[in-house]
Ligand binder design. Sequence first.
Ligand SMILES: *[C@@H]1O[C@H](CO)[C@@H](O)[C@H](O)[C@H]1NC(C)=O
Ligand SMILES: *[C@@H]1O[C@H](CO)[C@@H](O)[C@H](O)[C@H]1NC(C)=O
Ligand SMILES: *[C@@H]1O[C@H](CO)[C@@H](O)[C@H](O)[C@H]1NC(C)=O
Ligand SMILES: *[C@@H]1O[C@H](CO)[C@@H](O)[C@H](O)[C@H]1NC(C)=O
Length: 750
Amino acid sequence: MALRLLLLLLALLAPRAAPRSAAPRTARPFPEVQQMVHRFSQESIFNYTVFLVAPQSRTLYVGAKNAVFALSLDSVSQHPKMISWKVPENHRISCTMKGKKEAECHNYIRLLKFSSETHLFVCGTHAFDPQCGFIKVANFSKVERQESGRGKCPFEPAQPSAAVMADGILYAATVNNFLGTEPIISRATGNPEERIRTETSIIWLNDPDFVGSAFLRESESGEDDKIYFFFTETAREYDFYEKVKVPRVARVCKGDLGGLKTLQKRWTTFLKAQLVCSDPEHGTTFNLLRDVFTLRSGNATVFYGIFSTRRDGGEVSAVCAYSIQDVHKAMNGRFKEFKRDCDKWTSVMGADVPEPRPGACITNSMKLAGFGSSLALPDRVLTFVRDHPLMDQAVHPLESGPLLVNLDMPYRSIAVHRVKSLSGLEYDVLYLGTEDGHLHKAVKIGSEAFITEDLALFPEPQPIHSLQLHQSWLYVGSSSEVTQLNTTNCEMYKSCQECILSRDPACAWSKEIGACISHQQQNDLLQDILSVNVLMLCPEGVEDAPVPVEVPTAIGTRLVLPCLPRSAWSTCTWQKPHVDASVYTLRSDGLELTVSEETLGDYSCWCTEGGVGSMLASYSVMQGSSPSSSCRSTQRRYSALMGLFFFLLGFAAGCCCFLAYEKTRRDRHQRGLINHEKNGLDLMQSNTTSCSHEPHTPSSPEDERHPLATAKKNGGLNGFPHLYINELDKDQARIYLGGVPLAKCDETSI
Ligand SMILES: *[C@@H]1O[C@H](CO)[C@@H](O)[C@H](O)[C@H]1NC(C)=O
Ligand SMILES: *[C@@H]1O[C@H](CO)[C@@H](O)[C@H](O)[C@H]1NC(C)=O
Ligand SMILES: *[C@@H]1O[C@H](CO)[C@@H](O)[C@H](O)[C@H]1NC(C)=O
Ligand SMILES: *[C@@H]1O[C@H](CO)[C@@H](O)[C@H](O)[C@H]1NC(C)=O
């Protein structure tokens, strides 16, 4: 009973931190990265932010400030071509006269697309007077046929916007006026009769920041092709005093021609839904969308988004992914409605929704029903869609939560590709650009993305604005330059273990060459994405492994084999004798199992951090005289008699821990760094540490490998026991971790 109270107390102290904190602690430093990259920049030209790939001509087009470049895809630094597109002097002066800063009164290229096979379409802010024009690809020499860029390109250089070409027609999301107060999503080029746009209404768009768009062909015949837009806007559906920002996905149908009377020259298919990226377990909601990448792979489309939220003056980021099916489900669900009479938001359904379904694309079946185009839609359908652009259901992420959370540094940009592993299975590899110029590479395995590489790209920190993947190249856009990296850099991993533990699906270990190589052509290579078989694959790495600790035990004993990773960023895997995973419970502090004939044998714990792995602990579980069974009765009596004592001790420890926890929590918040704590066990351990003023990190490398040694040295009184054998239930096992001394018989059992 007393124990349970103590447990409850400790449980109340359980942390509220993100579960999958990321970022390997040791980034590859700039000098090392310098040898792996190509760089391009032109003197006195900055803001290399827009990319366009032309695979046939092997050209990378880049939009910068006052210039457009044509670079070689194979090496950006070789034979660059440039078109200078500046704002005339008098125009610049009148821009500053209107109260704008000199730095803003330039031509920041914000849009670069193919308008046809022979021409590029390019737009720039042009000193708060956006302009667009065409560049002949064959003779990359000048911007011709200039026209107003209003509704295509923002006025202000820092204003976010998005645009996509669909069959030669531009669909753009930007602001439509000098003051930046009129957001617009429109069909921005093509036949003037078909230039459809959003209604000017805060129900449709409320102070949005557009971050991305995508054109998806969703049927063979093209009848159901849609354009998606991603943005953050101020929500109206939450009744708070403060403005609430929410991430959204909106879509329109490519065939939309607007209404005849109602919604004339306005979208009749504009629907939007909220994107959810939150960690319900820990109550963190990431409500600001920063960037989106659309991964197309066959018929499956996945939207990867970077989300962030403000916390303690800083910003923390998460990556969430959404399937197109889930977006469709939300768009085909109920509509949200504000009921004025009862002053609240509800959903509309059944008979209150007119037919044909508002916002639906005009498909062949609708044509057969007599609706040849959106112009033929009845008024009641159009007024309904005008008043109900918001869907009731939100779009929930794949794996029902963030794939990765970074509490250290906000992410700014993302690119993803799907890489085939040696086994033929495909894995999504994510590239994430941070606010301070680091590039993170992460592999999605199961429901999590593991960061496998962290590169410091620049000598001075600066945000990464854009990322572009093409084949095995990654192009990075920043204020100062274009940086080009090979995405397959297997030689970086020097040993078999590093190669396997890097989890890079493109890399494999060649025994023959004795090197980590890209596995494209070769056979007879070693790879293990889950990194569970390192010991078997790389036997030569065993020499520097810790000496196995012998664990004599009896069948039926519950056992925890400790393995404390060196940092919260490590990921650990176990090499174990029995293959059936359900026999084991992986805990943050070790591996839990019940001893049986099958689970007797050798165990080793492998932890990897930033692509570098090592064996941290090794055990040999064998059948033997288990002192724990001989003193079972002692232990029971011990528990009963010491109950009250434990409670008092526990309460005192709890108070102390609470204070310590509060303090550490504040400290951590200040550092913006919250540890990777999965189930509260870690916290309990660190509390013990704070209470007893013991350093969390063991004092010598030997102790680190054999945490048991620490517990023994300290007589098990102050130090928390790392290895224990018991037949008690799991709850009681937790109390052991809470700092209560280990029973004597347990201690002697090893
Ligand atoms: C093509 O560009 C070159 C300069 O690179 C220029 O001299 C030439 O007149 C251009 N030709 C055409 C047809 O525009
Ligand atoms: C353009 O680059 C300059 C110089 O690095 C930087 O200070 C500025 O913030 C950038 N502007 C935009 C809009 O990215
Ligand atoms: C994609 O197509 C494959 C066959 O090519 C099919 O088995 C699979 O179910 C499809 N997936 C979706 C999401 O439609
Ligand atoms: C990238 O590096 C790998 C070796 O790791 C090499 O085989 C490949 O050719 C390189 N890719 C390109 C495009 O140069």
